[in-house]
Design a protein around this ligand. Sequence first.
Ligand code: ATP
Length: 253
Amino acid sequence: MEKAIISVKGLEKSYGHFHAVKGISFDVMEGEIFGLLGPNGAGKSTTLEIIETLRTKSAGSITVDGFDIDTHPEEIKKRIGVQLQSSGYYPGLNLVQLIQLFSGLYNRKVDPMQLLDSVNLRDKAKNKYKELSGGQKQRFSIATTLINDPRIIFLDEPTTGLDPQARRNLWDLILDIRKKGTTIIITTHYMDEAEILCDRVAIVDSGNIVSLATPDQLIDDLVATGFERAKDVKKANLEDVFINLTGKALREA
Ligand SMILES: Nc1ncnc2c1ncn2[C@@H]1O[C@H](COP(=O)(O)OP(=O)(O)OP(=O)(O)O)[C@@H](O)[C@H]1O
């Protein structure tokens, strides 16, 4: 039976007089990839950071894995994996040392090489974070979300700035993580990414959820209104051409 692992009810957030999140409610089901989509400033990061216990809310209630955020934030922290800002990656340490540092903070024993293997970064074990390419940095930051063996991970625009091969590689990594039973919440500005990865998406605009359904359902609903694309869709797009010409392999060795 489907069970909600995150339940958000009537969430509001104001920054001074500015009402950034205006009373949103949604559930995230156990094991799903749930997308928050919306234009810049819609309130996606604010919402994520409140659920991550990193920001206070102005009103509403949230439970994560059965724990109320107001009364049990520490229990919630133990169960979630959050991408760190790159400023958290001490410049003098290599990837293995960083993983050892983070696992110490979480009080967990992890095998750094096994974790690096899982994100295809074994070869970079002795490199420093700043020596990684954009795609490698993103993969490393996803690896760090897995250190405490979380039930849920939060990915805020994980593929922004990556080339098409690196994006696809990251999609495979995200799907692999979900296969192991981890619930994933992701924000993205890429609709193709949301369509491929997300079981359900909430479309957020000016602090409200304006629609929430599976990508298929949202498209069908739009088509049912009589909407048609202006141009016939070709069987391939420019990204297909690019991948076809330059291959699927990563270019960052
Ligand atoms: N600390 C803050 N103080 C004041 N206003 C803030 C603060 N953080 C965010 N905001 C405002 O709240 C609104 C929502 O911001 P938020 O970062 O949640 O949007 P977002 O949907 O994640 O946008 P983006 O796609 O650009 O990351 C924006 O108008 C932003 O300027």
